[in-house]
Design a protein around this ligand. Structure first.
Ligand code: SAH
Length: 337
């Protein structure tokens, strides 16, 4: 729900009302009528004035492995996708979007190929989480959906700070970035909560990284890695490094050794991501991924291979992009095709 509108609508009420409403919503209440410690007339008044969610559900798809992907719309019509992942060990993790679309154009990522809409508000980010919270208890969140969190840091942090009320502690919240330096620097300076950081690196050198991630031209690898080290030192937590495995592009053993040299043993933990097809590349084979992992292990760099969830409903990493007919949302008016 729009928490600013909620505050405004509660004027004249005792100051604890907003907190009451929020804590019901954060615990998965289905609507205002469920908030039994609020006067009935107030519940009715809120229902009329403050929509229970800032997002409407357009489609919801469920994968064979239990993954659920939802396509939402903001009130002004922008598409937003989010995913609930269920793991065998019981973990329930949310993949949240920080923007509708993304202005960066990473060549392997489906979101990067669609039009950029706008930054989401903190309430729009939280409403993704609350949607799933109404289905099930949740305990982890990653800002790895659509968009670049460091381009929308205030809203992302405001949302992250409220996630514990929904059951997701700071230690189980991860913000992922391409290395957008102004936002990343502010994040490292300001973050006092034990929220975790992930860096989408994908290449061990500037040449290759610039080819597959144009943002690297602006903020080169060395500067970005240095900023992540500053986080690791300040918070005494390793930074996760995401590395999507592209056949014949970044998956050679020599590149694994170069990566180990860039990262060292102390500050990072590498997560190798099997490539989910979006058209642009071929994914590395399992053998290739295993060989790359072995090379990192030999160099004593902590490394895991990411479990892929929800591939059959295009809910896997990098596959979030609204269906073609919705892509025109932010096309400038008056342009001809
Ligand atoms: N902009 C931020 C947040 C999005 S995270 C960031 O890039 O970190 C999305 C993650 O999924 C990133 O690590 C991205 O590199 C990865 N990814 C993108 N496309 C992918 C694909 N097709 N297959 C697997 N992973 C992909």
């Amino acid at each position: 729900m729009d928490l600013t509108l909620l505050e405004a609508s509660l004027e004249g009420q005792p100051p604890y009302r907003a907190g009451q409403v929020w804590s019901w919503a954060a615990r998965g209440a289905a609507g205002y009528e469920a908030m039994t410690d609020l006067p009935r007339t107030l519940r009715q008044d809120l229902a009329a004035r403050v929509p229970f969610s800032t997002l409407t559900v357009e489609t919801e798809r469920k994968a064979r492995d239990g993954t659920v992907k939802v396509l939402f719309r903001t009130a002004d019509g922008h598409p937003v996708e989010a995913v609930l992942m269920r793991y065998r060990d019981g973990r329930r993790s949310l993949c949240l979007s920080s923007q509708s679309g993304c202005p960066l154009t990473c060549t392997f990522c489906a979101t990067g190929q669609m039009a950029f809409g706008r930054n989401l508000t903190a309430s729009e980010i939280l409403d993704q989480a609350l949607h799933f919270r109404r289905l099930t208890e949740v305990d982890h969140a990653v800002f790895m959906g659509m968009g670049e969190p460091m381009l929308n840091l205030d809203s992302v942090l405001a949302a992250a700070r409220r996630l514990p009320d929904a059951g997701i502690t700071h230690r189980r919240t991860t913000i992922s970035t391409v290395g957008w330096l102004p936002g990343l620097t502010r994040f490292v300076d300001e973050i006092e909560e034990p929220v975790r950081l992930a860096l989408s690196l994908h290449a061990p050198d500037d040449d290759l990284r610039s080819r597959i991630m144009p943002v690297n031209e602006r903020y080169p690898l060395r500067d970005v890695v240095a900023e992540c080290r500053r986080y690791a030192a300040k918070r005494r937590r390793r930074v996760f490094v995401e590395y999507v495995m592209l056949a014949g592009v970044n998956d050679a053993k020599a590149q694994a050794r170069a990566l180990a040299a860039v990262l060292g043993r102390e500050d990072f933990k590498v997560n190798l991501i099997p490539y989910n097809p979006t058209g642009a590349y071929d994914g590395s084979s399992r053998e290739r991924i295993a060989g790359f992992r072995d090379e990192l292990e030999r160099a004593r760099v902590p490394v895991t291979v990411r479990l892929t969830r929800g591939r059959d409903i295009e809910a896997a990493c990098g596959q979030l992009a609204a269906a073609p007919r919705t892509r025109g949302v932010s096309r400038p008016r008056g342009t001809t095709a």
